[in-house]
Structures are given as C-alpha cells and as structure tokens.
Design a protein around this ligand. Structure first.
Ligand SMILES: [Zn+2]
Length: 352
C-alpha cells in the first residue's frame, strides 16, 4: 500500500457510512489535479542529466521568484515567466533545468517547473530531484510564486491556485498540511518574503480544509503504537502476546507514580469536537484503572479505563474539543493505583 493510499484511507475521507455501529470511511480522490501546465505546454527547452528517485516527497517548500509584481496576469505572461526562469537557471546558474518543481503565476496559472515533476506528482510515486533549497531538493517539492512578497500580499488568484496545488501535492504524496514550509526555514534567505512567510499558517489551514472537502469535513485518523504520531519512553516495552492487539503489537509498562506517558499525536483539520477512542488487548492481569489523559482545549481530562475487559474493540473515551493542527491528543499514564500493566495500543480520533 502506498503512502498516498494510506493517507487517503486514514486521513482524507470523502464519505462515511455506518456499518455495524462503527463509522466506516471510504477513500476518495477529494482534490483534483489543479490544471498544472506541463513543460511541453508552456514551451520548455529540453533538459538532460536530471535525477529521478523512487522516494516520495515529504514536504513542500514555498518560494517567491523575487521578480516584479507585474500586472499582466494573462496565461501568456505566465508561460513567458516559466521560460524566462528556465533560461536563467540553465544559462546563468548552469543548472540542468528549472530549479523548482512547480510555479504559480500572479494570474493563478500553475505550471510544471523541472521536467518529470508533473508525471511523478500525478502518479504519487517518486520525484525528480530539484534545485530550489539545499538539503531539501530530494525531499521537498519546491513551489515558486511569481512576485516579491516582502510587504506586498499575493494576489487572490495566486493564493487560490497555490492552495489547490499544495492540497493536490499533499494528497498525492500523503504529506500532512503541517509539512508546508518556507525557503527560509532551511537557508538564510529572505525568501519567500516576510509577507508570504507570515501567511504560511493560513496556507496550512486552507490546504487542510481543502483536503477535507470543505468546511464540514469528515475526518478520522487511527494512531497505532507503531505510527509516527506515537511516542513512549524506553520504559515501555513492546509485546504481541495478545491476539486482541490492534496491528502487529502494543506497548505496556508497569504502573508507577511517574510522569512517563505514552503519547498519541495527530494533525487535526479544524478546531472543534472530536470523538476519542482507544483499542487495547484485555487481560485479567492488566490494569483495571489505566488513566488516559485527554489533552482537550479546555484542559486535561483523565478517563479511567479498565483494561481487564472490553479488549479487541474501540472503547469510547468521550467527545472532546481540540484546536486545529498538530497536537497531542491523549496519553496513557503509568500513574495508576491499580496493579498490572497499563497498555498503550491504538487511538482513533473522529470529527463529530
Ligand atoms: Zn526560495
């Protein structure tokens, strides 16, 4: 299963149906290709010596072209810009091709930059190594936005297309909207300009909304103990003893009066209410008062779970309010008065 499909199945949900009392979500291609003009369409020169790699991009890096904020917002002007950038990068910089993967004009035209950027994006597999940000060229998709945004605000047409392009890239590669960065996050540069850089939080939110199909998103994510969103100290051991486990294994630890929780983190698309559930294997020897600390926006709430029963299914921890973005959702605490292991297996978060 590709990362793209995992993302579509687990995070970007288009529709949901209730089956057997559980919300079952089906994948959908929520964001269409935003009409990115290929190199052939805008008349690129041939390029050679490009490096294509099998690994997927894991972030987006935003740039501005630092060219004039021109008033010609036509398609012809956009294509002229793309040809001009390519010539500058090849003839003055001595590069093999356009440095960035994609370009968005002030008139809202999206264009392929470096050859092969578009075919990799539409397939959602691999990428062409760019030349837009040292250290990130084989990891980050570079987008050049036409203009200089040190103080000027990008035109609405550019902004809207940038949101569409970023959402499509996030969808195709399974990149979280929180992984949209500015050039200056990696290199000492004024790029993408103070103004555009200050708008990146808004861009991440707009992209997340787009990925969720609008203002009333259906969102659900499962964080297993093997997921990137899970963290626990080395005091937590891993077991696959119980067949009631979610996924291949689960974490467990002895109860002790210490702050040494197992944390579940997720990126939420919007501020609002979310149902939080946990899945754990039950055993008579496990903890009857395992504390689950929910990091709700109104303050932490502790929900006690009897892990001697109700194993092998989703157990409700209540509906809680959260802010948007990447955040800790819940932690399994070791600070229990009960005997027996406390178990940290999977957590599911659903927008309600
Ligand atoms: Zn830049």
């Amino acid at each position: 299963m590709s990362r793209r499909n995992i993302f579509r199945g687990a995070v970007v949900l288009g529709t949901a149906a209730t089956v057997g009392g559980f919300t079952v979500s089906t994948a959908s291609a929520a964001v269409p290709n935003p009409g990115i003009a290929s190199c052939a369409t805008w008349g690129a020169r041939a390029a050679s010596g490009l490096s294509q790699i099998a690994t997927d991009a894991n972030k987006i890096v935003i740039h501005h072209t630092a060219t004039a904020n021109q008033t010609d917002v036509s398609q012809a002007a956009a294509y002229r810009l793309a040809r001009s950038i390519q010539s500058y990068h090849m003839d003055s910089n001595g590069w093999a091709d356009t440095g960035q993967h994609f370009t968005v004009s002030r008139g809202g035209y999206a264009m392929e930059g470096r050859h092969y950027s578009l075919s990799h994006l539409t397939s959602g597999n691999g990428m062409v190594v760019g030349a837009h940000c040292p250290g990130q060229n084989s990891q980050g998709i570079g987008i050049e936005n036409e203009g200089t945004y040190t103080s000027a605000t990008p035109p609405d047409a550019l902004w809207a297309k940038l949101v569409d392009v970023c959402a499509y890239i996030c969808q195709q590669y399974g990149i979280a909207p929180s992984k949209i960065y500015g050039h200056r996050d990696y290199v000492a540069t004024s790029c993408p300009g103070d103004k555009l850089y200050s708008m990146l939080p808004s861009l991440r939110t707009a992209v997340a909304d787009k990925l969720n199909g609008g203002t009333t998103p259906t969102f659900q994510v499962v964080i297993d103990n093997g997921s990137a969103g899970f963290t626990a100290s080395a005091n937590w051991a891993v077991s696959s003893y119980s067949a009631q486990r979610y996924g291949s294994n689960y974490h467990y630890a002895n109860p002790e009066a210490v702050s040494d929780g197992a944390y579940y983190r997720a990126t939420l698309p919007a501020t609002g209410d979310y149902k939080v559930e946990t899945w754990y294997p039950a055993d008579a020897g496990y903890n009857a008062t395992a504390p689950f600390v929910v990091f709700a926006s109104g303050g932490n709430k502790t929900v006690t779970v009897n892990q001697q029963g109700n194993g092998g299914k989703w157990v409700d921890l209540g509906t809680h309010a959260f802010g948007s973005g990447a955040r800790d959702i819940v932690a399994v605490s070791r600070w229990s008065s009960g005997a027996g292991y406390v178990i940290a297996d999977a957590v599911r978060v659903t927008r309600v």
